[in-house]
Design a binder for this molecule. Structure first.
Ligand code: DC
Length: 212
């Protein structure tokens, strides 16, 4: 089974994806990390974020062993990833890696922006996670501070809103719910309640399929 989780920045989809995968014994891919790794490679090499040839080359040369690099988690790298991810050729270069990951047994949970719409349109379960931007800004600010980064909540909120705007309005694979996605509002749920809500969705889909 493939479970696709999409949603805006800091909606909690990454944590949900990881815990849902652990619950079902599936593999998990946080696809934001891939775009972050491309952005980080460009920044480290001193390239412009809109340098398409450099970005595509970074995308083709990605090393999954480095996806755990803590530098990828920083707020500026997330913003840079949003810019790089709007380049269609970068998305095309990353498509196969994501589809291969999704197809390998025993099952997979992928989270991102376009998993249910573009990467895995045939995923058995699609969940679109939303959360109030102020709640998301608060979470990201606390996360950044816990890593020792200085973070101003108002600036983080402005950045999250700008990122939503860019991710939703780009020409290729914009952030939007698939027609058959279940909406999960994560604004007022703690982690445990969010995971329970996601498991309820998966189980309801499974029950519906075995009846149908
Ligand atoms: O989920 P995140 O904050 O780690 O994602 C960073 C950026 O990467 C996000 O603003 C847009 C881009 N992204 C994307 O375009 N498609 C995905 N499937 C995942 C992330």
């Amino acid at each position: 089974m493939i479970i696709a989780i999409d949603g805006p920045a800091a909606s909690g989809k990454g944590t949900l994806g990881r815990l849902l995968a652990a619950h079902y014994g599936y593999r998990h891919l946080d696809t934001g990390v891939i775009y972050r790794a491309v952005a980080h490679a460009l920044i480290s090499a001193g390239h412009d974020l809109n340098d398409e040839a450099a970005a595509v080359s970074a995308a083709r040369g990605l090393d999954p062993q480095k996806f755990g690099d803590p530098a990828l988690k920083s707020h500026p790298v997330g913003t840079a990833a949003s810019v790089v991810s709007a380049i269609p050729a970068v998305r095309a270069a990353l498509l196969e890696f994501q589809r291969d990951f999704a197809a390998a047994p025993p099952g997979a949970v992928l989270d991102g922006r376009d998993i249910g719409t573009v990467i895995c349109p045939d995923a058995e379960v699609k969940i679109f996670v939303v959360a109030d931007p102020r709640v998301r800004a608060r979470r990201r600010t606390l996360e950044a501070r816990s890593r020792g980064e200085a973070a101003d909540e108002a600036a983080v909120l402005a950045d999250i809103l700008a990122r939503d705007e860019r991710d939703q309005n780009r020409a290729v694979a914009p952030l939007k719910p698939a027609a058959d996605a279940y909406l999960l509002d994560n604004s007022n749920l703690d982690i445990e309640a969010g995971v329970r809500a996601a498991i309820d969705i998966v189980e309801a889909v499974r029950a519906g399929r075995s009846r149908g």
